[in-house]
Ligand binder design. Structure first.
Ligand code: ATP
Ligand code: MG
Ligand code: MG
Ligand code: MG
Length: 439
């Protein structure tokens, strides 16, 4: 992509309305634009990152055996009357009327709809287990939308829903998601800690929030610091191996970790003092086993091997890709801007032609742009006729992992400079050297 032809509306000034660093940087880097309170347009740079995050979420869902579909954003109120949640949901639900005065709503979540789809087709235990997910926009009329896409009203969510014959099966489905979440957040460059979460009236202990530690987080959390060094389950994890998966989950839940709602001071006292962490955290994912809460009232039943019909056991599993982007920036930035992990960076390389119009730098830049792109690199080529200082600032702000600086001085010696955004390390390489290094 040539920057001269791209749409990257960088802000020079720090926007006053933004209270936390991720919000400021997303506005300054031209990633998002507020269209109404808690409602954002995703500008091209932001959309690139959102798509990358969603792709990683999707890959790990698929790896664990979940199956993607796509449900609509608009739902009918009658569906929610079946579960009894239409009235219970309260003001967070955006209620709409169509031209026939039918009551509709913009979905804040999809338990009812997925249960309706399930009961329309599945009759037998032989079709279980099943886990269906989608990545779709949600709307929640948050009391206090704030911090940009961290707590917005319209936001992207991956929500998965598992169906099993009995509780044992449902626990296995839960464990699959648990492990998929560990892998997902690690691939996004984040250290997420699963913490015991409130299960509400259902009881049991099968609900975990995945929390990123960050001073700007809205949750208060308490945990054992060893979790920060725990090993992430590998890509070749066998998700059908019930006992080894349970072993992984047991290990990841053996030490203390809870949000303030579930905090147990006496249990936390048992954590060695030098391992006690009390911090702020951001909820980036939430998994939940809720048994027959929806299948029972909505009549989602299957025939068991004994010929008896029974309501299916369900769980739901959410991740917020849009909130995750803010969380990644909170975890990875410096005074000059964003530092993207390579896995979600909007571009792989920023190519800075430091003297546009100079035959030498133009030729070397064009050649690098061509060769890196041909080798599969996603390159943002700063070909604008601007001063080097502005180019450095833009490249640092948008946080692309590698910068290639092409200036007349080093080029006279046949070299260009390669800079790593995260470490600041610089290296002089030949043009060929850069291509082989980055590809
Ligand atoms: P919170 O406690 O922050 O209000 P929640 O518990 O209501 O979140 P869930 O219903 O568990 O959220 O939804 C699953 C995921 O969706 C959350 O873990 C989070 O990543 C994301 N999410 C929820 N609400 C928002 C929001 N207002 N803006 C952005 N992402 C959100
Ligand atoms: Mg909420
Ligand atoms: Mg929550
Ligand atoms: Mg939650």
């Amino acid at each position: 992509m040539r920057l001269s032809r791209y749409f990257l509306p960088i802000l020079r000034e720090t926007p006053k309305e933004a209270e936390i660093v991720s919000h400021r940087l997303m506005l300054r880097a031209g990633m998002i634009r507020q269209e109404a309170a808690g409602i954002y347009a995703w500008l091209p740079l932001g959309l690139r990152v959102l798509n990358k995050v969603s792709a990683i979420v999707r890959e790990e869902q698929n790896r664990s055996g979940a199956i993607e579909l796509l449900m609509p954003t608009i739902q009918s109120a009658d569906l929610w009357r079946e579960s009894g949640r239409y009235d219970a949901y309260g003001k967070e639900m955006l209620r709409i009327q169509d031209r026939h005065e039918r009551e509709m709503l913009f979905g804040p979540t999809n338990e009812e709809m997925i249960t309706e789809i399930f009961r329309g087709y599945v009759r037998s235990y032989k079709d279980l287990p099943l886990n269906l997910y989608h990545i779709q926009w949600k709307f929640r009329d948050e009391m206090r939308p704030r911090f940009g896409v961290m707590r917005s009203r319209e936001f992207l969510m991956k929500d998965a829903y598992s169906f099993d014959l009995d509780q044992a099966g449902a626990v296995h489905s839960y464990n699959k998601m648990f492990v998929a979440y560990l892998r997902t957040f690690a691939r996004l460059g984040l250290k997420a800690i699963p913490m015991r979460a409130d299960t509400g009236p259902i009881g049991g202990n099968l609900s975990h929030e995945f929390i990123i530690l960050a001073s700007t987080g809205e949750s208060e959390v308490f945990c054992h610091s060893d979790y920060l060094d725990y090993e992430i389950p590998p890509a070749d994890t066998d998700f059908d191996d019930v006992s080894s998966l349970q072993g992984t989950v047991d290990k990841w839940t053996s030490l203390y970790a809870a949000t303030s709602e579930m905090h147990d001071t006496a249990a936390f006292d048992g954590v060695p003092d030098d391992k006690k962490m009390s911090a702020r955290g951001i909820e980036v994912g939430h998994i939940f086993y809720f048994g027959t809460k929806y299948s029972e009232p909505m009549g989602a039943k299957v025939m068991g091997p004994d010929g008896q019909e029974r309501p299916v056991h369900m769980g739901s599993y959410g991740i917020g890709p849009s909130r995750l982007i803010a969380a990644i920036i909170e975890a990875s930035h410096d005074e000059n801007g964003i530092i993207w992990p390579e896995s979600v960076a909007p571009f792989d390389v920023a190519l800075l032609n430091l003297k546009v119009g100079d035959a030498g730098t133009d030729a070397a830049s064009e050649r690098l742009y061509r060769e890196l792109s041909a080798a599969g690199c996603d390159v943002l080529y700063d070909d604008r006729d601007e001063r080097p200082g502005g180019k450095f600032a833009t490249a640092d702000l948008i946080g692309v992992p590698w910068q290639v600086l092409i200036g007349p001085k080093s080029l006279a010696e046949g070299k260009v400079e390669l800079k790593n955004r995260a470490t600041g390390a610089r290296e002089l390489l030949s043009v060929d050297g850069v291509v082989s290094r980055l590809t």
